[in-house]
Design a protein around this ligand. Structure first.
Ligand code: GUN
Length: 295
């Protein structure tokens, strides 16, 4: 078993981003700038946004966190998004999900200017991704592709099974793995809650992407020998063992599955760190105007 080490790969790529950001800042007279909107007090979301902001500072970006109480209206959020869309000093905008029930995430996503949509969730970016055109790629799938690329994992002709069809991970991941690109060119099965006999499907996989949000969901009896196992799960449980007061578990039963896998990502220390890298790369591209020219 070999480890797909998110700590190592993210640190290396962040060094490159830091250099590029310094060049951009010297030329443009300002830093790349990411704004993150956070609504309410969800513990996980607070941690993720804080980490995104901290990593922006680390690579030399400016970052702004705008917070709203849980009872903010859809209209208020959209008005803020429109203000940011029109602000030329802001390159990227993300609205942390999930949002409270009274706010329609699709409306919010579509209100963001697709040229600042560094989450890659806007239908224009998703459509362009499917067509293999330049676009912002959702951060987690992007980070996974960067990891596969770094370790030169052979993907062409392999059977990839994605577990979970979320808009954020499973669905875009299935598109990326199937694209005529490298990494890519997989035969992809996208499985979900209505899949019949999930175990048999996952057992066929050369590459497993587990993105279902259930602790230790993928067990050893579901994994073929020498499979590549990508664990997207970040399941938080309260714990008295850690300083933070919680412990993270993946969607894969690591201890059982690792001996069978050729490559596997740990949790923590795997995909989560690569997600940040995907977001930082998108933000830098937005600032430089390499994907969508600055108007
Ligand atoms: N919630 C979980 N993952 C993500 C992400 O990548 N972006 C946003 N905006 N919200 C999330």
């Amino acid at each position: 078993m070999n480890l797909l080490d998110g700590k190592l790969v993210s640190a290396k790529i962040k060094e490159d981003i830091k250099k590029d950001a310094a060049d951009f800042t010297a030329q443009a007279g300002r830093k790349p700038h990411l704004v993150a909107i956070l609504v309410g007090n969800d513990g996980g979301s607070e941690t993720y946004v804080a980490s995104k902001m901290r990593n922006c500072e680390l690579v030399g970006f400016e970052s702004t966190n705008i917070r709203y109480d849980v009872d903010v209206t859809e209209e208020q959020l959209i008005a803020k998004i429109q203000e940011i869309n029109a602000d030329a000093s802001i390159d990227g905008l993300i609205v942390q999900l999930p949002l409270p029930k009274h706010i329609d995430p699709d409306k919010i996503t579509e209100a963001i200017d697709y040229r600042k949509d560094v989450d890659g969730f806007h239908p224009i970016n998703l459509g362009r991704m499917q067509r293999n055109l330049p676009c912002f790629i959702p951060a987690t799938p992007y980070g996974i592709m960067l990891m596969l690329d770094y370790y030169k994992i052979e993907t062409a002709g392999k059977h990839a099974v994605v577990v979970g069809r979320s808009n954020i991970v499973g669905s875009p991941m299935s598109i990326l793995l199937a694209r005529n690109a490298n990494p890519g060119n997989c035969t992809v099965t996208l499985t979900h809650s209505r899949t019949k006999d999930l175990k048999t499907e996952v057992l066929r996989a050369d590459i497993i992407v587990a993105a279902i949000g259930k602790k230790n969901f993928v067990t050893a009896d579901m994994v073929k020998d020498d499979a590549v196992v990508i664990d997207v799960g970040i399941n938080r449980e309260d714990s008295i063992e850690t300083k933070s007061g919680f412990k993270l578990y993946g969607d894969v039963d690591f201890d059982q599955v690792a001996p069978k896998a050729s490559w596997i990502t740990p949790v923590p220390g795997g995909v989560g760190l690569m997600t940040i890298v995907g977001l930082l790369k998108n933000t830098l591209e937005a600032a430089k105007g390499t994907i969508y020219p600055r108007s």
